[in-house]
Design a protein around this ligand. Structure first.
Ligand SMILES: Cc1cc2nc3c(=O)[nH]c(=O)nc-3n(C[C@H](O)[C@H](O)[C@H](O)COP(=O)(O)O)c2cc1C
Length: 512
């Protein structure tokens, strides 16, 4: 017997749109979640008219062209099974295709068709605890992004790699290769990795301290920058007539000797189309912020409230400017996880449908990892108070810990409410509502000094992303906030970032 799920999925909303003109449709199978829907014509007509006739927002002043106007950055953050920890269980989530590269190539092509800036892959050098309940295995970013590069032409490719668990020379080669093979679309999300179980996979008896990780990260970025610049742009000659392949006077060993690394160089790969991949960064503590202000060209960050995001945004822009950098060359990109419905009620119901699928064993594991407190066996409907987190230890300086503490202090949730808050997007902003409402929130953060764009984190694939691309992006485009066409080919061009001059060219110019 076909199960009728009353709440309206996307096709149902489309049907509701048809309802507005009075033509009710029989129940139809919804290709997104393959749930059968019933179009509630009579009750929907007024709702449909209210919801479906998009409220006009003040359009961009005609005199100001979209191209001249500051453009929103939108990346699709790809996570196996979706960003909600139970996303893999949601009907229509294609759980059987979690390791199917064609699924991710199709998703990236859809993101490219929507003119998004980049696809974004996280990474973690260890198996998460309690994998038994959540699709939290890791797709190694560089290999999967290389396959996506072959299936796309414009969209950027941002992969995460940890300075704590890589070697500079290898990382420089990998990202240089991704930039070459993609025609200049590579971005490197620089992380220092806080998860304690990673160190055992790399022969370390303990996890380096928070401060030590950032000290290493700074030297690491200095080394890879020298490696990416070790070939001057003119070094590669390839003159078949004369037989000169490369001008080795323009290839420079870096001879780096530092506290953490000794690297002779030069890199064994020519300088790349972008010169260097785009430097993205994720880590929001004080150390993380000063590191980001110094190196990052884009910063992935987690904020639950507009004021918190505004304070972070202002701080980073101020720090970057004080280092002589142009603040507009540092893009602040909070995560946003959208739950989209044709009415607020339906969107809320969708959000609750996901939370009904969570398995608290996994959620409590994540909470313990972030806060150091094990709530196993605690009453899920009892309130959580800040003094419950006595075992934070070194985690206390990590931004994710602070974020959870802020939620508990601000909202006084029960344990169940807290794990629901975190289940959606691990502490990133969750936006539940109609496409208009979600576009309003994006515009408010973008114009309110809180974000230069977002890493979009759909609760599930594909439906969660397809709804965002088909319903929210057009509203943003209509408001003049987001591109209609790519105007560049490289990720730097999408982000409006300059191609960096090599260190040698800078030195030569300075001494000329
Ligand atoms: C938004 C965000 C995303 C992150 N993504 C990753 C990741 O994919 N892999 C990883 O190893 N660490 C990741 N981290 C952890 C950071 O690399 C860093 O180790 C941790 O946040 C501690 O630094 P912080 O206190 O400065 O945030 C992320 C952190 C943030 C804030």
């Amino acid at each position: 017997m076909t199960k009728f799920i009353v709440f309206l999925s996307w096709t149902g909303w489309r049907l509701a749109e048809a309802c507005r003109v009075g033509a009710c449709h029989p129940a139809a199978a919804d290709p997104v979640s393959r749930m059968r829907v019933v179009c509630l014509c009579p009750t929907r007509r007024s709702t449909a008219r209210r919801v479906l006739s998009p409220r006009s927002r003040p359009m961009a002043a005609n005199s100001e062209s979209a191209a001249a106007r500051r453009q929103l950055v939108l990346n699709l953050f790809i996570y196996p099974g979706g960003h909600h920890e139970a996303g893999w269980r949601y009907p229509g989530a294609s759980a059987e295709r979690l390791l199917d590269i064609t699924f991710y190539q199709d998703l990236a092509r859809s993101a490219e068709a929507a003119k998004l800036d980049a696809v974004f892959f996280a990474d973690g050098p260890a198996l998460v605890d309690n994998i038994r309940y959540a699709s939290r295995f890791r797709l190694e970013p560089l290999t999967w992004l290389s396959a996506i590069a072959a299936a796309t032409h414009h969209i950027g490719l941002i992969g995460t790699a940890s300075t704590t668990y890589y070697e500079p020379y290898n990382l420089a080669r990998l990202f240089a290769s991704l930039d070459h093979l993609s025609g200049g679309r590579a971005g490197w999300n620089i992380v220092t990795t806080a998860v304690p179980q990673a160190s055992g996979n790399f022969g370390l008896s303990e996890t380096p301290s928070h401060a030590e990780r950032y000290a290493r990260a700074s030297e690491f970025v200095d080394v890879v920058t020298k490696l990416w610049d070790s070939w001057e742009d003119e070094a590669l000659v390839v003159d078949t007539a004369s037989g000169l392949f490369a001008d080795d006077t323009k290839i420079h060993p870096i001879e780096h000797v530092g506290r953490h690394y000794r690297v002779k160089g030069a890199l064994n790969t020519p300088r790349t189309p972008q010169g260097r991949p785009v430097y993205v960064q994720a880590g929001s503590s004080d150390d993380g912020r000063s590191f980001a202000a110094r190196y990052a060209e884009a910063i992935f960050t987690a904020h639950q409230t507009l004021p918190s995001a505004q304070a972070f945004y202002a701080d980073i822009k101020r720090q970057a400017a004080s280092l002589g950098r142009r603040p507009e060359h540092v893009k602040i990109l909070p995560g946003i996880s959208p739950y989209i419905g044709s009415t607020e009620v339906e969107a809320q119901r969708l959000y609750e449908a996901f939370n009904d699928l969570i398995q608290p064993e996994y959620s409590l594991t994540q909470l313990r990892q972030i806060t150091g407190t094990d709530f196993t066996g605690h009453d899920l409907d009892a309130r959580v108070t800040p003094d419950a987190f006595q075992n934070a230890g070194p985690r206390a300086v990590a931004s994710r810990y602070q974020l959870v503490l802020d939620i508990v202090t601000r909202e006084k949730p029960t344990l169940r409410q807290l794990i629901h808050r975190l289940a959606g997007a691990r502490g990133h902003y969750v936006s539940v509502g109609t496409p208009e409402k979600i576009a309003d929130e994006i515009q408010t953060w973008f114009e309110g000094g809180a974000a230069d764009g977002f890493n979009v984190m759909p609760p599930w694939y594909r439906g969660g992303f397809d709804l965002f691309a088909s319903e929210v992006v057009p509203i943003l485009r209509k408001r003049g906030l987001f591109r209609s066409e790519y105007t560049g080919k490289t990720l730097r061009e999408h982000f409006g970032l300059p191609r960096p001059e090599s260190l040698y060219a800078q030195t030569a110019r300075a001494s000329a």
